[in-house]
Design a protein around this ligand. Structure first.
Ligand code: GRF
Length: 203
């Protein structure tokens, strides 16, 4: 399948997906990376992998909807089958959701539905939970609330700093995001209401 990745920053999850495609763990290829931030390091990662990388400047569009329409057009022109949000710090709007129904995934650094929104790791530390983690889910109009595909849990240790917890969660993100993309690419995800059924591999 043809994958488009949306980023705003470092792009370590993008890197995990690029590596998994290169190593054959995902039956597909990243064909374009779009960033709403000109200085996102993920754009550099895309260049290094020989993947088209484009900064799309939200300030160049009159509305958020117009911006999302432009993103959808760029992705559709490249015949993208799946859109992966990877550290993309914006809500996805109608034009994207209609262009890619049930074809947009996101990774969030908490065990949803706990701690949606910004700084999930900070929220987890402040709340005092003993288990944290990450979630890959289908994207719907709400923030961090679509059907859940995969989750991974990590312990919160007694003297964890924000950075300790962030790094522990990220290691799991880099494992489950490519895995979820693989399941999607193999046609093994079925959305059933709120739930995602993961089908067994067909022999
Ligand atoms: C990750 O923690 C992800 O869960 C969140 O934003 C961060 C992106 O990191 N949505 P990176 O840009 O992939 O390194």
């Amino acid at each position: 399948i043809r994958i488009g990745v949306l980023i705003s920053g470092n792009g370590s999850n993008l890197q995990a997906i690029l590596d998994a495609c290169r190593e054959g763990r995902i039956p597909g290829e990243v064909v374009v990376v779009l960033s709403d931030k000109a200085d996102a390091f993920g754009l550099e990662r895309a260049h290094r992998a020989g993947v088209e990388a484009i900064h799309v400047d939200p300030a160049a569009y009159p509305t958020r909807t117009a911006f999302d329409a432009a993103l959808a057009e760029l992705l559709q022109a490249r015949e993208v089958d799946l859109v992966c949000l990877a550290g993309y710090m914006r809500l996805v709007r109608k034009p994207m959701l209609t262009a890619f129904p049930d074809r947009i995934l996101n990774i969030h650094p908490s065990l949803l539905p706990a701690f949606p929104g910004l700084d999930a790791q900070g929220q987890a530390l402040a709340y005092g939970v003993k288990v944290a983690g990450c979630t890959v889910h289908f994207v719907t109009a709400g923030m961090d609330e679509g059907p859940i595909i995969l989750q991974a849990a990590v312990p919160v240790l007694e003297d964890d700093t924000h950075e300790d917890l962030r790094a522990r969660i990220q290691a799991e993100e880099h494992r489950i995001y490519p895995e979820a993309v693989r399941l999607f690419a193999e046609g093994r995800l079925r959305i059933e209401g709120r739930r995602v059924r993961i089908l067994s591999p067909t022999a």
